[in-house]
Write a new protein. Structure first.
Length: 87
């Protein structure tokens, strides 16, 4: 499914958007989170939090690149979790 179609699902508040996002970008998001956190369970939680954050952000935001948008969210969440674990 194309990014524009996935974004349209988010705008329509169709929960299929989460399924399609995970199908297309799940491995990418998990890899980013695991590279930062090195703990699979924490990475999975960050990916879930990423989908929740995307759900809340779209709309009003309509990202031009869904991959970059998700990557930014998962990276920031993972870094925050990493810092919290080091405090």
């Amino acid at each position: 499914m194309e990014d524009s179609q996935i974004i349209t699902l988010y705008i329509r508040r169709d929960e299929t958007a989460i399924v399609e996002t995970d199908r297309k970008y799940g491995p990418f998001c998990r890899r980013l989170a695991e590279n930062i956190l090195a703990v699979r369970e924490d990475a999975e939680e960050c990916v879930s939090d990423t989908y929740h954050a995307a759900w809340n952000a779209i709309p009003p935001e309509e990202p031009r690149s869904l991959r970059a948008f998700l990557g930014r969210i998962v990276r920031n969440l993972s870094i925050s979790r990493w810092r919290a674990g080091r405090a």
